[in-house]
Design a protein. Structure first.
Length: 278
């Protein structure tokens, strides 16, 4: 039983897994877009599903180790969540994608180019020097210690409430649109690094060179008993996930959110073009 989270990228990655298994003769039922993290994770722990794509950084929550700095290092974060989940839950984390789908700040491209802003360090200097900034974000992003406050602490800047447009229930599709269209003078937005709308809306992702954010690399997580029955699953999925760079996931997500293609279609096209499926 293959599942995924309810979001766009979850559907994309879940479809890749499902198509690969079926394409190589492994019977697999679909529970794609089952729900948010908590629901899908509990279903896996209960044995109601067998496999789904998860993010390494969520191990900090799963194992109540949010303050551990290991989650800011890709290799260490993967190694730790892999070890903990196998030891405590008999779950196996397969190879992660190099892409990191963490929280980020995106800036209108015209502003970024005019002011030569490419990183959050550049952004901090611009904001501290009186540069015009209005950031659209969710309440969670503004208030969660691991989100905007983590950026502010790492890069030594502080946005005032007047510089924030807090959208109730806001997700990145809303915040990116606000910045792209300049709604309410917004020129910056809460983003996820693999958001597909970034290029479409002419937004530049500001690099987090100090790794203020927890690393969220997607990887398939499978029950060990199922992997023992089908050991070839690892060899099928590892090369695919290793091929998913940040730029690649942005492009694939854009086909869904900007072009309106179905996640299954985008997943199938990528697998065929890349030679993972004949």
């Amino acid at each position: 039983m293959v599942a995924s989270k309810i979001d766009t990228e979850g559907a994309l990655l879940g479809n890749m897994i499902l198509l690969l298994l079926r394409g190589h003769g492994i019977a697999a039922e679909s529970r794609l877009q089952l729900g948010p993290t908590q629901i899908v994770r509990q279903a896996l722990l209960a044995g109601q599903i067998d496999l789904y794509p998860e993010y390494t950084g969520n191990g900090a929550i799963f194992f109540a180790r949010e303050t551990d700095p290991v989650w800011h290092d890709p290799a260490k974060a993967y190694a730790l969540v892999k070890q903990l989940d196998r030891a405590q839950n008999d779950l196996v984390w397969l190879a992660p994608a190099p892409a990191d789908n963490s929280w980020a700040i995106a800036l209108r491209r015209d502003v970024a180019q005019a002011q030569r802003l490419a990183s959050l360090a550049d952004f901090a200097r611009y904001a501290n020097g009186g540069g015009k900034v209005r950031l659209a974000a969710s309440a969670e992003f503004v208030d969660s210690p691991g989100a905007l406050p983590a950026f502010e602490q790492a890069y030594s800047f502080k946005l005032t409430r007047d510089q924030l447009l807090v959208l109730i229930g806001g997700n990145t599709s809303a915040t990116l649109r606000a910045a792209g269209e300049g709604i309410s003078s917004v020129n910056a937005a809460m983003a996820y690094t693999t958001d597909g709308a970034l290029a479409v809306l002419q937004l530049r992702l500001l690099s987090d060179d100090k790794h203020a954010q927890t690393v969220y690399q997607p990887a398939p997580v499978i029950r060990a008993a199922v992997l023992a029955q089908h050991p070839d699953i690892e060899a099928l999925l590892d090369p695919v996930f290793r091929s998913l760079t940040l730029e690649q996931l942005q492009q694939l997500n854009a086909k869904i959110v900007a072009e309106g293609q179905q996640p299954g279609t985008v997943a199938a096209d990528y697998l065929h073009v890349s030679g993972f499926l004949k």
